[in-house]
Design a protein around this ligand. Structure first.
Ligand SMILES: N[C@@H](CCC(=O)N[C@@H](CS)C(=O)NCC(=O)O)C(=O)O
Length: 205
């Protein structure tokens, strides 16, 4: 399998999932701005949406959409516990989280990345995002991971997205449970391995 990724992007969650599941894979770096792969070929030929992540299977099929890729990968290794068995209520709980993260948290960051966005737009986007953080804080208090004691793909995803606060200079001090949660997930050896492979741990190295 080949994971098409961009350092620190939402594809990090699929990268973490691959490592946590112990699956064999190669990393292929895609530039999300130029839409080129490292060797100069056109990334649109892999994913016509131009976004990462994309997962190329050994049979040539390409799967896109992070929440689907993560569940597909975790289902290859059910013993990893990264997702509960399909059809169980516990699986729907994980899907409920994945859907919330992708639709409410992930995309709420978008205006904050845009260098040409009007400051008022950024202020509005930040206020909207911080409301999501307030709710996440209420959900994480007293919890190890999103659905309880077990780390799941939903944790790989939320960690990846909230990690963007580091690139944007947003302090998590106002949300202590969220801040502790980020540290707890960051401390996982496979999370560290993924971050190092993406060049995100340069300061610590
Ligand atoms: N719906 C897609 C969105 C993926 C996405 O937003 N990827 C970003 C990086 S975090 C990207 O590649 N942006 C560049 C682009 O869409 O042109 C998913 O959830 O996988």
């Amino acid at each position: 399998m080949q994971l098409y990724f961009s350092p620190g992007a939402c594809s990090l969650a699929s990268h973490i999932t691959l490592l946590e599941a112990g699956l064999p894979f190669d990393l292929k770096r895609a530039d999300t701005k130029t839409k080129k792969l490292e060797e100069g070929s056109d990334y649109y030929a892999i994913n016509s949406k131009g976004a990462v992540p994309a997962l190329k299977l050994d049979n040539g099929q390409v799967l896109t959409e992070g929440v689907v890729i993560m569940q597909f990968l975790a289902d290859q290794k059910p013993e990893s516990g990264l997702v509960p068995k399909g059809g169980t209520f516990e699986r729907y709980r994980v899907q409920e989280w994945l859907n919330y993260i992708t639709s409410e948290v992930h995309k709420s960051f978008s205006p904050l990345w845009n260098p040409t966005a009007d400051p008022a737009v950024k202020e509005y986007a930040a206020a909207n995002l911080f409301k999501k953080f307030d709710w996440l804080e209420s959900q994480l208090a007293g919890k190890k991971f999103l659905t309880g004691d077990a780390f799941t793909v939903a944790d790989a995803y939320l960690f990846t997205i909230v990690n963007w606060t580091n690139f944007l200079g947003i302090s998590l001090d106002k949300w202590p449970a969220l801040k502790e949660y980020q540290a707890r997930v960051a401390a996982r050896p496979k999370v560290q391995e993924a971050m190092s492979a993406e060049g995100l741990n340069k300061k610590a190295a």
